[in-house]
Design a protein around this ligand. Sequence first.
Ligand code: HBI
Ligand code: FE
Length: 276
Amino acid sequence: MEAVEWKFGQGLRGDYDKMGADWTVPQIPDDYSDADHAMWRRLYVRQTELVKRYGARDYLDSLATLDFGPDIPRFEDINAVLRKRSGWEIVGVPGFLPDSVFFRHLAERRFPVTVWIRKPAEFDYIVEPDVFHDLFGHVPLLANPVFADFMQLYGRHAREAEPHGGTAMLGRLYWYSVEFGLIRGADGLKAYGAGLLSSPGEIAYALEDPRPRRIPFDPPRCLRTGFKIDEYQKTYFVIDNYEQLFDSFENTDLIACFRNWKDEEPFDPAIEYVGH
Ligand code: HBI
Ligand code: FE
């Protein structure tokens, strides 16, 4: 099995030796213990209260449609709904994947969902994406056709970016949108990023704390702004609608950005820079 560079430095946590060529593994619902389902229930009950208050409207509508139950959902049940809504499907994976594998799945309208769930000690924070982060955080918005199309476009551009040294920069854009993005709608400022929607603490911080900066979504700025995976964000980027995410690819000369900035130090997200 090829050695892969792991962003989180956590090594291989999942069961990586039963994977298919595309790094997928089957979800085996019978493998979940009562403790696993109880963990899902605890996370789901706590987070549902928070997203009712802080979650984006389209996210909440899709969450209601998917209608997750008190046990860890079966991927086949989710796919029956998702395929109809946006032509996407979720596939089981053992955990974090190498970029190229991850991007290929997105480019082909498949979202990799980790099959295991965190342990009680990780109730408040987990470094790697587990089934709760992926299903509760990422999957609902994949039922929104505009967002779903953006995710496929992201996968395609990310694959094209790799030979140009753009992977880390596109990873930052993903971080500040898909994971920690905010949206300003008729109901005010809300969270649409999965990292916020699945976090007990950061979702309120992102929307109510006076300390972080909240600036308009700015693709070149996102490409250049660094982040720390184990800290709340110092800067959040705000969109007005999901169509705006296409700006990342329609109005930005990505190849020029990669060429100009690929060897530059990323911006410190705590500092207000003028210009790009
Ligand atoms: N693998 N399973 C999994 N889930 C992710 O969110 C993920 C990944 N591999 C790479 C990756 N994300 C990043 O490259 C993106 O965040 C850009
Ligand atoms: Fe994620």
